[in-house]
Design a protein around this ligand. Structure first.
Ligand SMILES: CC(C)(COP(=O)(O)OP(=O)(O)OC[C@H]1O[C@@H](n2cnc3c(N)ncnc32)[C@H](O)[C@@H]1OP(=O)(O)O)[C@@H](O)C(=O)NCCC(=O)NCCS
Length: 152
């Protein structure tokens, strides 16, 4: 079973690689190719290292290999959660989400907000996130995201 621990600077290369693979193989089912290309290449180990101070980030680890990560801001926004393309639907996303939710609760947050991808909407709905409204993402704000909310 995956173990969840706080992310470290030296995890950033593996996190960037996992993020890119998941977008290319999993989110690609729901978004057009040009969107996927831009989205997948938007981050790398360096950008993740820089953004690390502005959020709390965790990794899920199986046999020393990073198989998922998630992060939240300090003000109640779950900013991302990705699971390795070969380890979907094995409970890793649930474990990461539970850790992030507990962390936000410890920070005193009363509610969690997020912009869900089309891909993850069913996952969040299963975790009792409520759909609030549709938003957009991407260069021309043309791709849909779903604004969702959970009251703790
Ligand atoms: C969304 C994501 C993190 C879920 O991770 P996961 O490890 O596959 O999820 P789990 O195995 O913990 O699944 C938990 C429950 O949600 C359900 N579920 C998972 N993904 C789902 C989906 N895309 N649609 C509907 N239900 C889903 C599972 O069937 C499971 O239900 P159960 O508890 O009744 O058995 C993963 O699919 C992912 O990385 N997606 C691509 C990246 C992405 O879009 N991230 C969201 C950014 S906002």
């Amino acid at each position: 079973m995956a173990r969840v621990r706080p992310a470290r600077d030296e995890d950033c290369a593996a996190i960037a690689c996992l993020r890119c693979q998941t977008i290319r193989h999993v989110n690609a089912r729901d978004y057009p190719a040009d969107v996927i290309r831009r989205w997948a290449t938007k981050e790398n180990a360096g950008t993740l290292r820089m953004s690390g101070a502005g959020c709390k980030r965790w990794v899920a680890v199986e046999q020393s290999r990073i198989v998922g990560f998630c992060e939240h801001t300090f003000d109640g926004v779950l900013s991302r959660i990705y699971v390795h393309k070969d380890r979907l639907e094995t409970g890793i996303g649930s474990r990461l989400l539970a850790v992030a939710e507990a962390s936000l609760e410890r920070l005193g947050c009363k509610r969690i907000m997020l912009d869900s991808t089309v891909t993850a909407k069913g996952f969040y709905a299963a975790k009792r996130y409520r759909f609030v409204k549709k938003g957009t993402y991407g260069e021309n704000a043309s791709e849909p995201v779903y604004k969702m909310l959970k009251t703790l």
